[in-house]
Design a binder for this molecule. Structure first.
Ligand SMILES: [Zn+2]
Ligand SMILES: [Zn+2]
Length: 182
């Protein structure tokens, strides 16, 4: 694996001759989803292979890939950064459409086809989306995380601030119920 490898795969040869090709690399620091990012501990290795659908070459390809890494998330009770392993596999049907900017998705016969317009295909959107889909919605730093003190905000895994929980009220109970469902 090459740390400086681009996150792309060149399909020029496949467009002319068919066959298959492979690329691999690593994503460092974070998974970029455009509007948000998922921080990584360490780096996330990925591997993608692309095969022509037709043996004579042509415009359609099967892409299959995998990416694995450790996502850093906040514990939902105490907010401590917590790493959680993520492993994603994906498979997509691609179609070359010269002149197209970026990547577009086409629905055809209940199948999603990803249209791309440049033989040097940017893999980052595929890798990021597949990774993001496998990230859990919430994590706990440990099964029995005691969370934050509702009075002073101290991390009760680390300190015993001595605060006693308030007597539960009807509103408090409902709030607890809501929070536990988050
Ligand atoms: Zn925690
Ligand atoms: Zn406290």
């Amino acid at each position: 694996m090459n740390a400086n490898s681009p996150t792309s795969i060149n399909l020029a040869r496949l467009l002319h001759e068919g066959g298959s090709t492979e690329a691999d690399g690593i994503i460092e620091r974070q998974i970029d989803l455009g509007s948000e990012t998922i921080p990584l501990q360490g780096h996330a290795p990925w591997r993608v292979s692309v095969t022509s659908v037709s043996s004579e070459g042509g415009q359609e390809f099967w892409m299959s890939g995998e990416i694995a890494g450790n996502a850093v998330m906040e514990c939902r009770r105490c907010l401590t950064p917590t790493t959680t392993p993520v492993r994603a596999h994906f498979q997509n049907l691609l179609r070359y459409q010269p002149g197209l900017e970026g990547i577009e998705v086409l629905e055809e016969d209940d199948e999603e086809i990803f249209l791309f317009g440049h033989p040097n295909l940017d893999l980052a959107p595929f890798l990021s989306e597949a990774f993001a889909l496998e990230v859990p919605i919430t994590v706990l730093c440990k099964e029995d995380c005691k969370g934050l003190c509702p009075v002073c905000g101290a991390n009760r895994n680390e300190t015993d601030c001595g605060h006693i929980e308030q007597k539960p009220t009807k509103l408090g109970n409902e709030l607890d119920k809501l929070l536990s469902e988050l």
